[in-house]
Design a protein around this ligand. Structure first.
Ligand code: AMP
Length: 390
């Protein structure tokens, strides 16, 4: 894998694929972390007198009405602010306007091209890695730098497509992310994996891969109820991933001593923040109740395992953290890990959003910018975005 520092980029026209997929509501960026994480590579290219063309995606584009809310325009303003430098936003993903702007660039100029997924409206050209599109984008520059860790597990035109047509390398963010994940090949022990989030199905690969290496796997959040059901508990209307019950039964049987499940939970009658809730032992969930968060005994139990850990990887919140009533356990465990300086890697997506919102006093060892990419790496899968660069 070629690093940016081993690539001759001086005075070149470079295309950087960044991950600028930030949450935006009504044109307002709620969390600019991914933009900040992209700055090192962009600044390095500025220092090397490059002409810089940035490609990135935002959200999903399925129909015409998705276009406006997923424009990268607000991102270009934020990026310009953070770089303290003009960023020219081109509201097209191809065509004369883009080509003219590119041919008029001077050293250190920066262009941000509109959301690459605008191309998905016409036959999913970006997401299906349309050959012509990758070639076209590659024709705009001389060197390709992939720095979008969050999309490494996807073969899209704006990563794999361009890399197939230009001398390519990875940027500083991808290098940093991979370095940390690599440490998990031989983690300092005890090694604790904490999993939450909605579906067991999405985490089966990781559980299979890590269950032998990990000393303990703590399971909370929506996915824990399928495990509890497999153990024979009644889980009321809590999330259930029926197709995964057999898998859970098998893992629990084989690795009884490693899998740790909640012992009490916060339950309510409706998936909302408005209803009253009560805390019950897992033996006492009523038919009309659903689990929304861990209870105090479970938090204490999880902390007792985390307290011994030398390495922790955590993917997925242990409760419905989007609701203020049910973010208590996710926040409390995050605080515990940072307060106690436990070497923790947060595996992207929701858990990193929860971490950023929690505004903790101490920082976690590593908060990844990519949830899906992290999971697929941990599962031992090849990441197409990386393979294309190799
Ligand atoms: P995932 O994408 O699988 O990591 O799932 C993240 C989502 O799981 C978040 O939106 C959480 O609100 C949700 N989640 C966590 N705990 C629960 C729960 N007990 N019941 C329902 N959803 C949950």
């Amino acid at each position: 894998m070629k690093s940016i520092e081993s690539m001759n980029i001086k005075n070149k026209k470079v295309i950087i694929r960044c991950d600028l997929n930030v949450p935006i509501i009504d044109g307002k960026i709620l969390d600019n972390n991914r933009i900040k994480e992209s700055l090192q590579t962009i600044n390095y290219c500025i220092d090397n007198n490059c002409k810089i063309i940035i490609l990135a995606h935002l959200g999903r584009i399925k129909e015409e009405k998705d276009l406006k809310k997923n424009t990268l325009k607000p991102v270009s303003i934020e990026l310009s602010k953070l770089l303290d430098k003009e960023v020219t936003f081109i509201d097209k993903t191809r065509g004369k306007k883009l080509e003219t702007a590119v041919s008029n660039m001077k050293s250190k100029d920066i262009i941000l091209v509109e959301n690459t997924r605008y191309e998905d409206l016409d036959g999913k050209k970006e997401s299906n890695n349309d050959k012509e599109l990758g070639k076209y984008w590659a024709s705009l520059g001389e060197v390709f730098i992939n720095d979008a860790f969050g999309t490494l597990h996807r073969a899209h035109a704006s990563n794999v497509g361009i890399a197939s047509n230009l001398p390519s390398c990875v940027g500083f963010l991808i290098e940093k992310e991979l370095k940390v994940l690599k440490e998990l090949d031989k983690p300092e022990k005890p090694f604790v994996v904490m999993l939450g989030g909605a579906k067991v199905k999405d985490k089966i690969g990781v559980i299979k891969k890590l269950v032998t290496k990990a000393d303990y796997i703590l399971i909370g959040g929506g996915m824990s109820y399928t495990f509890l059901k497999a153990e024979g508990y009644e889980i009321g209307t809590s999330l259930l991933d029926k197709d995964s019950i057999d898998f859970c039964t098998e893992v629990l049987k084989k690795y009884e001593d490693k899998i740790v499940l909640p012992v009490d939970i916060a339950v309510t009658n409706e998936f909302s923040n408005d209803e009253e809730y009560r805390t019950v032992d897992i033996t006492d969930i009523k038919d009309n109740e659903m689990g929304m968060d861990l209870g105090p005994k479970s938090r204490k139990l999880f902390k007792s395992y985390l307290s011994k850990a030398k390495t922790v990887i955590w993917n997925g919140p242990v409760g419905v953290y989007e609701f203020s009533k049910y973010k208590k356990s996710t926040d409390s465990l995050l605080k515990y890990l940072t307060d106690n300086n436990i070497r923790t890697i947060l595996g992207g997506g929701d858990i990193v959003a929860a971490y950023n919102n929690a505004k903790l006093k101490n920082k976690v060892y590593h908060a990844s910018t990519g949830g899906g990419a992290t999971l697929e790496y941990l599962e031992g899968k090849k990441l197409p975005g990386l393979e294309a660069i190799k």
